[in-house]
Design a protein around this ligand. Structure first.
Ligand code: IVH
Length: 703
């Protein structure tokens, strides 16, 4: 954390990109493959770092940042369901202090008087899978997974077999509204989990790591009768689209859920203030081990729904709720080796191979050590006994070295200064603006480095880039090894070369292939001969160019020709094309350097030419903007009386407006409250439209 406070803009950008990538990979492992590779605690720590960077450098927040998304898109096999109300996630607090800060934020946002108490509804955080259940006139009509929060999978048939899921709603006190989406957690009890694993073991079936994975695996069965045989349960704790709400507080609505026939967790309770909520956390934590289901923390929700409504959401999570996770579990083990992995941009990432150890019921055998500085800082050595930590799921982080157990004659780990894959020099680049060294050491081999070349190809075909189904990481490695695919264009000439007369090494003759699989692969490749500009830029895998920056570039250049001709010839730092780049809101020098460097490189121009003789890149089209203030820049000044400034700002941003702190010729509106001063004067000088609070609320159609 302290380190983030010291980062320069450049470093922050690089670190942000690195974290975002790691988080996305883990999201994929967790949500798409039900096979997490790091612990929840480590995952949360990554997210926390990312958010801390974004808090300091808001310009790094792009639509594609993991902070703006929850989980990942649905996998194949189930029909997709668009959530009418997004399914969001929760912010985390790590200690009581952060819970009090949460209360402080709520109070400030709502502008509450110090004498006013905020009641919280405390609920155990169930370690399962969230689901949304749609009821039409009291009948269960559709059920979906969370997916990426916007779109999930239709698992209606599977959900019908879940215990505690009423197919028809009761309603002894009041009948349920016509349309109502119930949300909650599908889980498996610990005893059912143990029984399932015992049965699986007898029949030679799959053994699950924990109840959550067992629930996920059971719910994702294409054969719903298997799901039904697995004893899944459901706790209701939230809602989506609702024709009408059966209460004015969280507790009242959940009481109605019980009345309709759902199970609401019996440990949930209203706490009159934060101190009582903190006490509820302690009590639930004490009960944790005795419960027959896994919980991984306690969720606190502002009880009053009118306040929830006003607080609204910030990116992926509501402002009115927070989760306090239980502390992670720890164990000690020995580092048997440190291996260095080389990534797409040449970054050398150290990975600790651990003597396998069971932490909280899961065997772990490796952990990322992040980078060279991290190893230095903790003085981690091969042979060291270390404390590793994990929470809910799988792999741990190295917390500290147990110095007492350090073997005699041990020497500090020497980070390689050559790439372990291609032997090129591996260097820490000097940051031109700060004059400081990068934390990450990089291989200078570029495309001559097999690791970089292969990683770039993997990136090129990955889901958010060319998205070539069936051409996964294993195949890219094998095809690279055999010289079938060495550059991106080779992917698109594969079929032609494969069917050339005289070719003796046909793909269909490879192990695991055959006519059909080979044809499927070629079809999948051919389906992707057309790509949008933003995806294409992202696919190139230029350092610092994630999806967000790729979209920014596409939006501003519109065509690949424009981008190439602008950057190809004159793209030097200091040149006009370079200055244009920096004009793009959100593009800083690190990105500008990386992209100009890429386009100036002869080899890359060749790579593009080769590729463009095989594929078509379509021009970028701007998405339709629907709100009256989308894309407009607004400044708030003076004392606002109808809402707190924070609430005003959040509302405006939610509608796609940009909120700025200062007036310029680019400002569209100045919203002036009482006693507005110099900004009002400047706005009138510049001819900026000035509105009072009410006029602004009328303009945005709310308030
Ligand atoms: S409320 C808009 N309450 O935790 C708020 N979530 O980290 C939505 N979860 O996606 C969530 N128990 O899968 C809420 N009592 C509870 C919960 C709970 C478990 C899960 C849920 C959510 C995730 C967020």
């Amino acid at each position: 954390m302290t380190e983030i406070a010291k980062l320069t803009v450049e470093e922050a950008k690089a670190e942000h990109e690195r974290l975002a990538k790691i988080i996305r990979d883990h999201d994929e492992a967790y949500y798409a493959e039900d096979a997490p590779v790091i612990s929840d605690a480590e995952y949360d720590a990554l997210r926390k770092d990312l958010l801390a960077i974004e808090a300091r450098f808001p310009e790094l927040i792009t639509e594609e940042s993991p902070s703006q998304n929850v989980g990942i898109a649905p996998s194949k096999g189930f029909r997709k369901v668009k959530h009418r109300v997004p399914m969001l996630s929760l912010d985390n607090a790590f200690d009581n202090e952060e819970l009090r800060e949460f209360e402080g934020r709520v109070r400030r946002f709502l502008g509450l008087a110090p004498t006013e108490e905020v009641a919280f509804f405390a609920e155990p955080k169930i370690d399962g899978l969230s689901a949304s259940l749609r009821y039409d006139k009291g009948k269960f009509v559709q059920g979906a997974t969370r997916g990426d929060g916007q779109e999930g999978e239709d698992i209606t048939a599977n959900l019908r077999g879940v215990t505690d899921l009423p197919l028809t709603l009761k309603g002894e006190k009041a009948s349920p509204p016509d349309v109502f989406e119930i949300r909650g957690e599908v889980y498996m009890s610990k005893s059912d989990f143990l029984a399932l694993n015992a049965a699986q073991s007898d029949s030679g079936g799959k053994i699950f790591a924990n109840p959550r994975n067992a629930a996920a695996g059971s719910l994702r069965q294409l054969d719903a009768s298997i799901t039904a045989s697995r004893k899944l349960r459901f706790f209701a704790y939230a809602w989506g689209e609702a024709a009408e709400l059966p209460g004015a507080s969280q507790s009242e609505v959940l009481a109605a859920f019980s009345d309709w026939g759902f199970t609401v967790n019996p440990l949930s309770k209203v706490c009159v203030n934060m101190e009582e909520a903190i006490d509820a956390y302690r009590k639930i934590e004490e009960l944790r081990a005795s419960l027959d289901y896994d919980i991984d923390g306690v969720v606190f929700k502002v009880n009053r729904l009118d306040w929830q409504e006003r607080l609204g959401f910030v990116s992926r999570s509501p402002r009115w709720a927070i989760a306090h996770k239980f502390p992670a579990e720890r164990a000690s083990t020995v580092i048997e080796d440190i291996e260095i992995q080389v990534g797409r941009t040449g970054a050398l990432t150290p990975v600790a191979r651990l003597h396998p150890v069971t932490v909280g019921g899961v065997v772990v055998s490796n952990a990322t050590l992040h980078n060279e500085d991290e190893i230095l800082r903790k003085d981690i050595r091969i042979g060291d006994t270390v404390i590793v930590q994990r929470a809910g799921d799988v792999i741990p982080q190295v917390v500290e070295v147990v110095l007492d157990k350090r073997p005699e004659g041990s020497t500090p780990y020497v980070f390689p200064d050559h790439c372990p894959v291609c032997g090129s020099h591996a260097v820490k680049e000097l940051n031109e603006t700060t004059g400081k060294e990068d934390a990450v050491r990089r291989c200078t081999g570029g495309l001559i480095c097999r690791a970089q070349a292969v990683e770039r190809l993997k990136h090129f075909v990955s889901r958010n880039a060319f998205d070539i189904e069936g051409l996964g990481t294993k195949l890219i490695e094998a095809f690279y090894e055999d010289g079938l695919i060495r550059a991106p264009a080779d992917i698109f000439t594969l079929e032609k070369r494969d069917s050339a007369p005289g070719n003796l090494t046909r793909i269909k003759n490879r192990e695991g292939f055959g006519e059909k699989a080979t044809q499927n692969l070629f079809d999948a490749i051919n389906e992707r001969r057309e790509i949008t500009l933003d995806r294409f830029i992202y696919a190139l895998g230029v350092r610092h160019i994630g999806q967000g920056n790729a979209r920014l570039l596409a939006r501003s250049y519109l065509t690949l020709d424009a981008l190439r001709s602008s950057l190809g010839a004159t793209g030097e730092a200091g040149g006009a094309a370079y200055a244009d780049l920096l004009e793009i809101d959100g593009i800083g020098p690190a990105v500008a350097d990386a992209i100009t460097e890429f386009f100036r490189e002869e080899l890359n121009q060749q790579l593009l030419d080769d590729l463009l003789s095989e594929i078509t890149v379509t021009d970028f089209t701007r998405p339709a903007e629907d709100s009256s203030v989308a894309g407009k820049t607004v400044v708030f000044t003076g004392t606002l009386e109808l809402m707190t400034r924070q609430e005003m700002k959040a509302k405006a941003e939610g509608l796609g407006a940009k909120v700025s702190g200062s007036i310029s010729a680019k400002t569209d509106y100045l919203v002036a409250g009482a006693n507005a001063g110099s900004k009002l004067k400047k706005a009138s000088e510049l001819g900026v439209t000035v509105l009072n609070e009410q006029e602004w609320l009328d303009l945005i159609g709310g308030g």
